[in-house]
Every structure is written in C-alpha cells, then in structure tokens.
Design a protein around this ligand. Structure first.
Ligand code: PMP
Length: 351
C-alpha cells in the first residue's frame, strides 16, 4: 500500500482467481476449463489472421461475431453485446444496469466476483441464502431491489434452476433488471435466451471459455432487449471502446461455425461428469446434482481442506473455498477420463 493510493483503492477487496500453475504435469481440475482443445477450425481461423492486417485496429463493433451469435441463438444483432470474457460483460452490467441506492440481490453461495464488482461500483447488495438443498428459492427474491443476478447453473454448486422458475421470477420482477449468468449452461442446462423477446428486463450472459474451450481467448457475450444492449454499448464506448482483438473475433466466429465439434466435446464432458459422480459416490462422497462442467462434493467423514492438500501433494489441484457452509466441500472440474483416473487413484490412497 502506498500513500499515493486513494481511500477508494485502499478499501477495494479484489477477486482472487483460481490458481494457474506453471507446471504442465499437474492435473488441473480447479478452474472449470474444458479438458479438450479448441476446434481445429478455430485454430485455423486464428492462424489465418496472423497477417499484415494485425497492424490495423479491429472492428470496434465485432459485427461478424455479433452476427454469428445472433444467428446461433435466433435473435437480432441489436440484442447482442460482446466483451473480453463474460467477466468484462458483467463488469459493464454492474457498472450501468443495476440501480444504485437499492440492493442488488444474488444468492449466498454464488460466483464470488459479484460482491467484488459491488465494491468496485459502490452497489449495495443482499445475499439471499440458498435452501437446504443448495437451490435458489425464487420466492425469496422480492421487495425493493436494484437488480437480480445469479449463475444458472449456479457456481460453485452446479445446481440448475429450471426455466419455469426463472419465468416465475420474471413474472413478479418486471421493474428490475434480471441477469442470468449462463457460463455453464451448455453442459445440460437450458438457456433463458429463449425468454429474452418476452421479458425486456432479462439479460443473459454466456462465455466461450467453458463449452467452447476458449478461456485463453477471452470472449463472452450478453443477449437481451436492444435497450439494455445499447446501455452496455454506451458504457463500453466510454472506456475508449476496448474491443475484442482481431484474433479473438476470428476465433470466436469460427467456433460458432463448428457445431459438430462443440457437440462432441459437450457430450464427452457430460459423460465424464456422470462417471465422476458415480465414482465419488462409491468413495462415500455426497455430490450435489450438477449440470455444469464441475461437481461440488463433500466427503462424509474426511475434512475437505485436508483432502485438497493431499490431492495437491499428488499433483492434483481442485478448488476448496474457505467460506461458511461450504468449507467441507470440494469443487472438481470435469477432466478427461485419464485425469479422473489419476484423481481416483489419489483419493483411494488418501481415504
Ligand atoms: N460467470 C461465472 C459463474 C464463472 O464461473 C465465470 C468463470 N470464472 C465467469 C462468469 C467468467 O468467465 P469468463 O470471463 O472466462 O467468460
């Protein structure tokens, strides 16, 4: 800390991202990346973009990418906003779409970035406890509020809230922006994008980081009413419109064009999730029902921090949150079958 810091910066509590180790040997099951590489069509498109054009600025509107997303999801291009990862899209949403002065509502146990953004943008919030089964109870999201946001499936639980429940929430919350963060929706969930044409206050965010294996490229997007999208564009353009770079735009467009590869990876991750759930249950873990590319589980007799440390000694990284109610849980990203085998071998040794 320096005396040159403003009181605002002194008070900031920044987000702590999951560890990104340098050692390639590690079995990395801690940050929900896709265990399979990007589509070869994406790599070819990026290679193709490595040319003299890089001296030119990219398209500030990412028009081709927005068109690809709009076509893929059956919406109008005016309903699409893109950013450098969905975290940046969320930053713009927190900056400009939640009403200051009234609390933003999100679940207690959710993506830990939300309270960080609230601190950054000076937004009061209320964290609403999940029910006994770790599910979101939509009836609790009432009263005076400046907005509602939650991931679906939720993170780090993996629990999915059916669209009928989201519609129930939207039916009674017509005057506040409702954001559904669908970072993990492609692993068995159902997208609320199908609802955006009926609910002008609904905004859905997605990312290419998980189901499209492009966490390193940083591409995310939001779909909603053109008025909400216009607000996000205004905010983005007030930051000198830092657009997606040329390679990210190209790679992302190519990803939407390769549906067979997307479906192949999706099916492989889902199949491996089911295998992991069965194996963990056999080792006396209680596993929450997950429709994400990770599982959230608790061993019935062993301490989670000790298990995480033991796995780490065996070169396996999983996520352990030191947070009330979930300190006995581990979040394990879905890897390749060979990575699950390494995990099980270590767990059998530790248990
Ligand atoms: N939302 C949720 C719930 C997440 O877990 C993540 C990944 N940490 C993100 C958004 C952001 O992902 P990205 O910025 O890579 O799109």
């Amino acid at each position: 800390m320096s005396r040159f810091w403003s009181p605002f910066v002194k008070d900031l509590v920044p987000y702590v991202p999951g560890e990104q180790p340098k050692l390639q040997k590690l079995t990395k099951l801690n940050t929900n990346e896709n265990p399979y590489g990007p589509s070869s069509a994406v790599l070819a498109a990026i290679q193709d973009g490595l040319n003299d054009d890089l001296r030119r600025y990219p398209d500030p509107n990412s028009e081709q990418l927005k068109t690809a997303i709009a076509e893929y999801h059956g919406v109008d291009i005016a309903q699409v906003f893109v950013g450098n990862g969905s975290d940046e899209v969320l930053a713009h949403i927190f900056h400009g779409l939640f009403q200051h002065g009234k609390p933003l509502l999100f679940p207690d146990i959710t993506y830990s970035f939300y309270p960080v953004y609230c601190g950054l943008y000076d937004i009061p919030y209320e964290a609403i406890p999940l029910d006994a089964a770790f599910q979101i109870r939509v009836n609790d999201y009432t009263g005076m509020k400046g907005g509602i946001i939650f991931p679906n499936p939720n993170a780090p639980t993996g629990c999915f809230l059916p669209l009928a429940e989201i519609e129930r929430l939207l039916a009674v919350n017509t005057e506040t922006v409702v954001v559904i963060d669908e970072a993990y929706v492609d692993f068995g969930g159902e997208s609320a994008i199908s609802l955006v044409s009926r609910y002008p206050n609904l905004l859905v965010t997605q990312t290419l980081s998980k189901s499209r294996s492009l966490a390193g490229l940083r591409v995310g997007f939001a779909v909603g009413h053109p008025d909400l999208i216009e607000a996000l564009e205004r905010i983005k353009n007030s930051f000198n419109s830092y657009p997606l770079d040329r390679l990210a735009q190209r790679g992302a467009v190519a990803s939407f064009a390769d549906q067979p590869y997307f479906e192949q990876c999706q099916a492989a991750v889902i199949a491996e999730r089911e295998a992991l759930v069965r194996g963990l249950a056999e080792l006396d873990f209680e596993v929450l029902p997950s429709l994400a590319n990770f599982v959230f589980c608790r061993h019935r007799s062993r301490d989670a921090a000790e298990l995480a440390a033991g796995l780490r000694e065996d070169g396996i990284i999983v996520r352990h949150f030191k947070q009330a109610r979930i300190e006995q849980y581990l979040r394990i990203s879905i890897g390749r079958p060979a990575e699950s085998a390494v995990l099980f071998e270590s767990l059998k040794r530790l248990l």
